[in-house]
Design a protein around this ligand. Structure first.
Ligand code: AMP
Length: 563
C-alpha cells in the first residue's frame, strides 16, 4: 500500500514517499520539489495549480487564490473568478495536483495520504483538511502535526538524538514541539505555537517600510493600484529571501506613472533594519520555544531542528542558537522535512497494518488545548490538560444541583483558568430525560474523546437512564492569536480584492466614492493597528464585497441575456 505524505503549506506544498527505509520528495510535473499553494482559474474555466497559477497571479489577481490555509475551517466562500469556493474546496485542488504528480512520478495509483497541519490548528481546521483530502480523492489516514512530522524525520535518521526541539516558522504559522525518542517509540512531550505568525507578517512589515520610504522620498503612495501592490508584494518577498544570504537587497519599480513624468522608484532593503522590524515577532517565537521546553520536562535538548522557510532567516539561527546554547542541526532542508516526516509516518501506518502492530515504530502526539466543563459556582473542572498524549479518553461524573432535576446543561470550555470567566466557551448542550432523584444523586458521565487527528467529541450520559447527548466542539485559537495582526491581514486582502473589483466592474458613481473613502479609512486603521477599529473596518469591507459580488452577478446575468 503506497501512502504519500503531504505538507499542505500556506505558501508552498510538498509531497513525499518512502522508498525502502528512506523518505524522498516527489518532484512535481515541472521537476520542482515544492509546489506553490496557489490556485487559479482561466477565462475558459480551467483550474491551474502551483507555478502556473502563481505566474499569472499579478495580472489576474481576481482569478487567483493564495494563502488559503489561513482560512481553513472558516465557513466563508472565497471568490475564484465567477466561482465561490470553500477554503477546503480550494485546498482540495492543491491536493489533487500533488496526488496526480505523485501518481505520474511513482507510476502507480495513490489513494492514501498523511497530511500535516500546524500543531495549533483547531478542530474545524483539521476537519476541513480531511475534507479537502476526501474531495481530492484521497483517504486521509491521519492528520499529523507539522513539527511532529519534522521531528520524526530528523529522529529517523539520527538514532542518537533522544530529546529534540523543532522550531517551525513557515509562511503563516509558528509551532514549536519537543519530542522524545525511546528506541522505536516517538513521544511528543509538548507543543505550542501561534496560528498567525510567519513569513507573511515579515513581508507586511517590510512592505510598510518600503511604502513609507516611497511616500517620503517621492510623495507617491502606490496603494491605490492593486496591480502595483501585488507587484510590490512579490518584490518584497524576494528581497526578504535575499536578505537571508546578503546584507542588502534592491527593490526597483521603474516607470511608475502618476499622470505626469514616469517615476523610477527604488528602495534598498537592509538586513539590519529588517532584523529590527521582525525582532518583536521573533522574540515571541523564542518565548514559546522556552515554554515548550519547560513543559516537556527536558533537562537538556540534544538536537534543534529547524523547519519552515522562514527559519532560514539568519537572525533566527543566530539568536535561537544563543538562546539554547545549541547549534541548529545541519543536514535538514526546512522546506522538505515536514513532507518527509509525513511520508515516514504514512509508512509506519502501512507497516502497522502489515505486521499487525508487533515490534513496529510508534508515534504518540499530544493535544494542544486544555478543555473542561463548568461545574458549581462558575468553576471549571479541567478534564484534558494541554500536552496530554493522544488519543484522549477523559471522563468525569457530574451530578444535579436541584431535587428532581430532569436535565443538565453541559458547558464546554477551553483554557487553563479556574473559573468560567477566564476560559473560552466552546459550546453548550442539554442532556434531558435524567431519571428524577434527590439533588446530587444522579450520575452523569461527561466524556472528552480526542482522536489521533486531534478531533474532539464531548458526550454526556445519564448512567441510570442511559440517555445520551454529544457535541463535536471546535477548540479555538488562543485569544492572543486572533489579534490585530490577523485582522489586519484579512483587511489587507479584502482591500486588494475590492481595489481590483472596482477597477474592472462598472460600479455606480456614488458607491465608488463611498468605497474609496472606506478603503482610505481602512488603510489608516491598518496603520493604527487599533483592534476594535480593525474589526469594524473588516465588517464594513466585507459588506462592500457582498455588494460587489451582487454587481458582478447582475453584470454576468445581463451579459448572458444579451448573448
Ligand atoms: P513554508 O510555509 O514553510 O513554505 O514557508 C514559506 C515562507 O518562508 C514564505 O514566507 C517565504 O517567504 C519564507 N522563506 C523561504 N525561504 C526563505 C529565506 N531564505 N529567508 C527568509 N524567508 C524565507
Amino acid at each position: 500500500m503506497m501512502v504519500i505524505g503531504i505538507d499542505l503549506g500556506t505558501t508552498n506544498s510538498a509531497v513525499g514517499y518512502v522508498d525502502g527505509d528512506e523518505a524522498r520528495i516527489i518532484p512535481n510535473d515541472r521537476g520542482a520539489r515544492l509546489t506553490p499553494s496557489v490556485v487559479a482559474i482561466t477565462e475558459k474555466g480551467e483550474i491551474l495549480v502551483g507555478d502556473s497559477a502563481k505566474n499569472q497571479a499579478v495580472i489576474h489577481s481576481e482569478r487567483t487564490l493564495s494563502h488559503v490555509k489561513r482560512r481553513m475551517g472558516e465557513a466563508v466562500h472565497l471568490r475564484l473568478g465567477a466561482r465561490r469556493l470553500l477554503p477546503e474546496e480550494v485546498s482540495s485542488e492543491i491536493l489533487r495536483k500533488l496526488k496526480t504528480d505523485a501518481e505520474t512520478y511513482l507510476g502507480t495509483e495513490v489513494k492514501k495520504a498523511v497530511i500535516t497541519v500546524p500543531a495549533n490548528f483547531g478542530d474545524a481546521q483539521r476537519k476541513a483538511t480531511i475534507e479537502a483530502g476526501r474531495l481530492a480523492g484521497l483517504e486521509v489516514l491521519r492528520i499529523l502535526n507539522e513539527p511532529t512530522a519534522a521531528a520524526l524525520s530528523y529522529a529517523w535518521r539520527h538514532p542518537d538524538a533522544e530529546r529534540l526541539a523543532v522550531y517551525d516558522l513557515g509562511g503563516g504559522t509558528f509551532d514549536v514541539t519537543c519530542l522524545q525518542k525511546n528506541g522505536t517509540d516517538y513521544q511528543v512531550r509538548s507543543s505550542c505555537g501561534e496560528n498567525q505568525l510567519g513569513g507573511l507578517d515579515f513581508d507586511s512589515l517590510l512592505r510598510e517600510e518600503l511604502l513609507k520610504h516611497f511616500e517620503s522620498e517621492y510623495g507617491f503612495v502606490a496603494l491605490s493600484d492593486s496591480l502595483v501592490l501585488q507587484q510590490i508584494s512579490e518584490m518584497v518577498e524576494r528581497a526578504k529571501i535575499e536578505l537571508s544570504s546578503r546584507e542588502s537587497a534592491a527593490i526597483a519599480l521603474p516607470f511608475m506613472g502618476t499622470g505626469g513624468q514616469p517615476l523610477h522608484l527604488s528602495y534598498e532593503a537592509r538586513r539590519d533594519r529588517f532584523d529590527q522590524l521582525i525582532e518583536p515577532m521573533i522574540e515571541r517565537t523564542f518565548a514559546l520555544t522556552l515554554q515548550a521546553i519547560e513543559e516537556s520536562g527536558f533537562s537538556k535538548v540534544d538536537a534543534l531542528v529547524l523547519a519552515g522557510g522562514s527559519s532560514r532567516i539568519p537572525l533566527v539561527h543566530r539568536r535561537l542558537g544563543e538562546l539554547l546554547g545549541l547549534k541548529p542541526s545541519g543536514g535538514v532542508n526546512p522546506d522538505e522535512v515536514v513532507a518527509l516526516g509525513a511520508a515516514l509516518y504514512g509508512s509506519m501506518l502501512a507497516e502497522g497494518q502489515r505486521f499487525n502492530g508487533s515490534g513496529r515504530r510508534r508515534l504518540r502526539d499530544v493535544t494542544s488545548y486544555t478543555l473542561g466543563v463548568e461545574i458549581d459556582n462558575g468553576k471549571v473542572a479541567h478534564l484534558v490538560r494541554r500536552n496530554t498524549p493522544l488519543p484522549v479518553d477523559a471522563r468525569r461524573i457530574v451530578t444535579t444541583v436541584a431535587d428532581m432535576q430532569e436535565s443538565v446543561e453541559v458547558h464546554v470550555l477551553q483554557g487553563e483558568g479556574p473559573d468560567v470567566q477566564s476560559n473560552r466557551s466552546l459550546g453548550r448542550f442539554m442532556l434531558s430525560g435524567i431519571t428524577p432523584a434527590r439533588r446530587g444523586a444522579a450520575r452523569i458521565e461527561v466524556s472528552f474523546l480526542i482522536d489521533e487527528d486531534g478531533i474532539v467529541r464531548v458526550a454526556a450520559v445519564d448512567t441510570k437512564s442511559g440517555r445520551r447527548e454529544h457535541v463535536t466542539v471546535r477548540p479555538v485559537k488562543d485569544e492572543q492569536q486572533e489579534d490585530a495582526r490577523a485582522i489586519s491581514h484579512r483587511l489587507e486582502s479584502l482591500s486588494l480584492r475590492i481595489r481590483s473589483d472596482i477597477e474592472e466592474l462598472s460600479v455606480p458613481h456614488e458607491l465608488l466614492s463611498d468605497i474609496r473613502e472606506l478603503l482610505q479609512y481602512s488603510d489608516k486603521v491598518r496603520a493604527s493597528g487599533e483592534e476594535s477599529a480593525l474589526r469594524e473596518a473588516e465588517i464594513a469591507l466585507e459588506s462592500i464585497i457582498e455588494e460587489l459580488i451582487s454587481i458582478r452577478e447582475d453584470l454576468e446575468g445581463s451579459s448572458r441575456e444579451h448573448a
